[in-house]
Each structure stands twice: as structure tokens, then as C-alpha cells.
Design a protein. Structure first.
Length: 319
């Protein structure tokens, strides 16, 4: 029996849709808009897998179907869902993100008393940070030089964006969410809503970073709103630059220097360079990178030293 047949044959022992709606609302409420968007996308994918529509109604129906299960049935269902995604060749991070969302909403259900089981299906194995070097310092310098050579409003804006991605190792979502009110030139500070955070944190703006950012603000104007705006004529310059737009901006400058670069690659390059400049000081670099787990930095350290490559060279000489 496939997943759709299971849904069509589900009995009347489900929770009332009103209770399920309360569960979904409780799960999504009080979170950042970017987090809500990700969770909704994950839940929509799961609802489509079960044969429901890819909308809010489908999400509630999928949640209703799942919460009606017992421990064994629920875990069997999620195991099948995981295997389905693996067989389709989806990325490990994508699969694990969806599983994490399902585990989280069930955990919320247990907390409010509408669910009695837990999801025990483990993530698929993935190797994080397979290449943490990014474009490297040389590649980044070339990208920034291309942006500066434009000598137009977009060039000034893009230099400021590239500066924040590298100098502060900000994530593209963090850059896109910045408002002009977050910048304090007088005290050389910028306020950033970090990944998974509910309150903004202040970071010091290096002198050169502040200079390039100020050049952009002088062109932008000091009116309230998004720090970085879309300058396409169709947008009339008043719309917030999205994370997707940032991705394409970085990708374009990467192509200009014959490299494949994404925003997170610039963050990788910054962290790798930070390790080099601090002589491998994990504590300092962890404060800079804001990694939840400082042990993650060992991947950067390994890539910086290219330990595997050194061993390979030693073996090649021996034969």
C-alpha cells in the first residue's frame, strides 16, 4: 500500500483538525520569518509525499495523519519517507533538514499534550564542510576588485555586501535582513540578527569595512528600511535585496574571476583566513565565526593545511 492509499484508508481516530491547526500554529509561531518559511517548505514537501495538497490545508492534513499514529506506525512512516528521499538522490542536508522539522513538530505536540510518541528515525550520513576553503583570500580580492571597478551605484553597494560577507563572515540571510538602523557609524558597530537567534548582536565594524559601507549609505540615503536595496529599474530601488538576489550577485562576481562562488563560500574563505592569521587559535576564530560547535573549525584547519594532500605527496614520492 503506497502513502496515498494509507491516507485514504486512515480511520476516524485522528485528532480534530482544530487541534492539529493549533499544533501547527504553535510550532510556527514566535520564529523568524526565514525559519517559518523553511519549516513550511519542509512540511509542504511531507504533505505532498502523503498525497495531500502543497498548502496550509495540506500541512494540517499531513500533521493530522501523522499525529494519529502510534510509536511504531509513526516511525515506520518517517523511515519510508526518509528512504523515499534517499532513493530520489536528494542532498543529505535537505533530507536531514526535513527530518529535523518533523521531529521538532512532534516534540512540540508532546509538549502540549496532543502527541504521545517520538520520532526516532536518524539522519542520513553526510560529510559537512567537504571543502571549506571557498574562493580563498586571492579569489575574494579579485571579486571585490571587479565590483569596485564598476564605478556605479551597484558597484558601491556590492563592495559593501562583499565586505560584510568576508570581513564579518556574515551569512547571506543575515546581510539581507539588515536595516539601516542597524548601522552605528559613530561607534563603528553593526547590529546583526544571527542564525537561530531571537535578539540582535552588536559587532565591531573594521575601519575599511565601515568606509565602504558608508559610501553605500551616502548613495542610498538615510531613510528608514532595508540597508541593501534592489537597484533594478523594475524594482525602483525601494525593495529589500533578498537572500536569493545576494546569491546571484556573488555567483556573478565569481564567474567574472573564473570561479564558482556562493555567499557561504566567502564565509568559508574568511574563517579559513582567520585561522591562518591567528596561527590556528580556535577560541578567537570561533568567536569570529559564531559556530555553535567550535569543533567544526577542525574541518577548516584540515583544509588549510591540506593534510591529506601532504600524505598523498609523500606516498607518491615513495613509489
Amino acid at each position: 500500500m503506497n502513502s496515498l492509499e494509507k491516507v485514504q484508508n486512515s480511520g476516524s481516530d485522528n485528532l480534530s483538525l482544530s487541534k492539529v491547526n493549533d499544533l501547527v500554529n504553535a510550532f510556527l509561531s514566535g520564529r523568524k520569518q526565514t525559519t517559518i518559511k523553511t519549516y513550511r517548505q519542509d512540511l509542504i514537501h511531507f504533505s505532498k509525499y502523503l498525497g495531500f495538497l502543497g498548502n496550509d490545508q495540506g500541512i494540517n492534513q499531513a500533521a493530522n495523519f501523522l499525529t494519529a499514529k502510534n510509536q511504531q506506525e509513526a516511525n515506520h512512516l518517517i523511515l519510508n519517507y526518509r528512504n523515499f528521499m534517499v532513493e530520489r538522490g536528494e542532498a543529505a542536508n535537505t533530507i536531514n533538514g526535513r527530518l529535523r522539522t518533523i521531529r521538532s513538530i512532534i516534540k512540540m505536540g508532546r509538549m502540549i499534550g496532543s502527541v504521545t510518541f517520538t520520532i526516532e528515525i536518524e539522519n542520513v550520513k553526510s560529510k559537512a564542510y567537504r571543502d571549506t576553503r571557498g574562493p580563498g583570500l586571492f579569489g575574494f580580492r579579485n571579486m571585490k576588485q571587479v565590483a569596485a571597478s564598476r564605478e556605479d551605484k551597484k558597484g558601491v553597494r556590492d563592495v559593501a555586501i562583499l565586505r560584510l560577507l568576508f570581513d564579518l563572515a556574515l551569512r547571506r540571510g543575515e546581510v539581507a535582513a539588515l536595516d539601516i538602523e542597524d548601522v552605528d557609524f559613530k561607534n563603528s558597530k553593526i547590529s546583526v540578527l544571527g542564525k537561530g537567534k531571537t535578539e540582535k548582536e552588536f559587532f565591531t565594524l573594521p575601519e575599511s569595512t565601515a568606509k565602504d559601507l558608508k559610501s553605500w549609505v551616502e548613495l542610498r540615503g538615510d531613510h528608514p528600511g532595508a540597508l541593501f536595496t534592489n537597484l533594478d529599474r523594475a524594482k525602483k530601488g525601494d525593495g529589500r535585496l533578498t537572500g536569493t538576489a545576494l546569491y546571484y550577485i556573488v555567483q556573478r562576481y565569481g564567474k567574472d574571476v573564473d570561479m564558482t562562488v556562493r555567499p557561504h563560500g566567502i564565509r568559508h574563505a574568511a574563517i579559513t583566513e582567520a585561522l591562518r592569521l591567528t596561527n590556528g587559535n580556535y577560541q578567537m576564530t570561533a568567536r569570529f565565526s559564531r559556530h555553535a560547535n567550535p569543533r567544526t573549525l577542525k574541518y577548516y584547519d584540515d583544509n588549510l593545511e591540506d593534510l591529506g594532500g601532504k600524505v598523498a605527496s609523500m606516498l607518491a614520492v615513495a613509489v
